[in-house]
Design a binder for this molecule. Structure first.
Ligand SMILES: Cc1cc2nc3c(=O)[nH]c(=O)nc-3n(C[C@H](O)[C@H](O)[C@H](O)COP(=O)(O)OP(=O)(O)OC[C@H]3O[C@@H](n4cnc5c(N)ncnc54)[C@H](O)[C@@H]3O)c2cc1C
Length: 379
């Protein structure tokens, strides 16, 4: 009979590798890609914003669940673990933390090094998983079988689908009876009805509002949210827009409007006086000024965009939705339905703002899972 491991981890991404580095038993990692940590190299524009020192429950959906997890594995615990893997963090504005090298490869390599006591099978795309007589049996699409006493699903969600996370982990969770909150792309540029070709390449600081329209009613989802807005030919981006994309749920009868105010630092009254004296193209990027001048509403007014959706999974940095937190114990990350089944990272219905919060979540949840499984080993 094939070896029965203490733990099988599905997914050699941020959560899977970090859990392996903290786990003290006999562990096998199954990864569909030919390499580990593929997504990590692309994070933080190649710098990997791997933690946020100010991470707290209010930065995430499901804050009560997250609070318990962050209490069990806080930023100091994560920093300590990373130091043991040879990584020193450098902190920037708003608590954003990067490796001192400012290279994402530092984090990827450290995670891989941390997991080196585990066996890893690459090119093992998990097709199904089940539990029979207290043993988890995992099968790949090409018929390979692996067995373990515990199973961690750390497959990510569907964001950045080109790096390996394609939503299969959610199906695996479902096959164990777990409920899935519908996954939608988050931290992703927004698309709109308006033709943006004239604005492509424009970047400007602005105050933005996001309004949801449904059943004849407007609901302000975000009011005067400040940041740099970026335009491409097909989408509106920038950290502030990506953050608000977490609110977009396309449904029948629901529409969204994004207003962008590039003259945010002047009141509407002052704007008229300002524009009487100074040319608009000296106040905002020229392409933007030309676009604003063509609108019939007056150049002092905010820009308004009818949002049609988002750029979708390949451009998304995280997944909103996933395994329902009601069926996971936040003190252990173990399923409340199937003993020995664990979850960590983006596969769970937890997502946060841009700024290192999603990797913080992946590492924190993975550390909690490893800690709990270690307790069972030592009994
Ligand atoms: C371009 C980009 C930039 C980002 N930048 C940042 C940043 O700077 N800071 C931050 O906090 N967050 C960032 N994020 C988000 C962050 O990277 C993710 O939230 C985090 O990696 C999730 O970790 P995870 O381990 O849950 O999933 P992943 O890192 O996605 O890892 C999942 C792994 O599971 C494997 N897998 C999936 N299905 C199977 C299967 N069926 N069988 C076997 N293996 C499978 C995948 O191939 C993958 O290797 C970024 C995301 C993207 C796409």
């Amino acid at each position: 009979m094939k070896k029965v491991y203490d733990l099988i981890i599905i997914g050699a991404g941020a959560a899977g590798l970090f859990c392996a580095s903290g786990f003290e038993g006999d562990c096998l990692i199954l990864e569909k890609n030919a390499e580990a940590a593929k997504k990590i190299y692309a994070t933080g524009n190649g710098r990997c914003n791997f933690l946020n020192s100010e991470a707290n429950p209010s930065c995430y959906n499901n804050p009560e669940f997250v609070e318990t997890v962050l209490q069990n594995a806080c930023i100091d615990d994560l920093l300590y673990s990373f130091e043991n893997l040879g990584v020193i963090a450098k902190e920037e504005d708003d608590g954003r933390m990067y490796p001192r090298s400012e290279e994402a490869s530092t984090i990827a390599e450290a995670l891989i090094k941390g997991a080196q006591a585990s066996d890893i099978e690459y090119g093992f795309e998990v097709k199904s998983a089940s539990k029979e007589s207290d043993i988890f049996i995992v099968e790949s699409v090409d018929g390979r079988i692996a067995k373990a006493k515990n199973l961690l699903i750390a497959t990510g969600g569907k964001a950045g689908i080109q790096f390996g996370s394609d939503g299969k982990g959610l199906k695996l969770a479902e096959s164990f009876g777990h409920h899935i909150i519908k996954p939608v792309p988050a931290l992703v540029p927004m698309t709109c009805e308006e033709d943006l070709s004239e604005l492509a390449g424009v970047r400007c600081d602005a105050m933005i509002n996001l309004i949801r329209h449904s059943s004849g009613r407007d609901e302000i989802l975000a009011f005067e949210y400040f940041g740099e807005v970026q335009f491409t030919k097909t989408a509106i981006s920038g950290i502030c827009v990506m953050d608000l994309s977490r609110e977009i749920r396309l449904e029948e009868g629901v529409s969204y409007k994004l207003s962008v105010n590039p003259l945010w630092d002047y009141s509407e009254e002052d704007r008229k006086e300002l524009l009487a004296e100074f040319p608009l193209e000296y106040l905002v990027p020229r392409k933007l000024a030309n676009y604003m001048k063509k609108r019939p509403c007056g150049i002092e007014k905010s820009l308004s965009f009818n949002i049609t959706g988002t750029k979708g999974w390949p451009d998304a940095q995280t997944t909103s939705g996933g395994v329902d937190v009601k069926e996971i114990n936040p003190n252990t990350m173990e399923s409340t339905l199937v003993p020995g089944l664990y979850f960590a990272g983006e596969v769970i219905d937890v997502d946060g703002f841009c700024g290192g919060y999603n990797l913080t979540w992946a590492f924190s949840s993975a550390l909690v899972a490893a800690g709990d499984m270690n307790c069972h080993l030592n009994i």
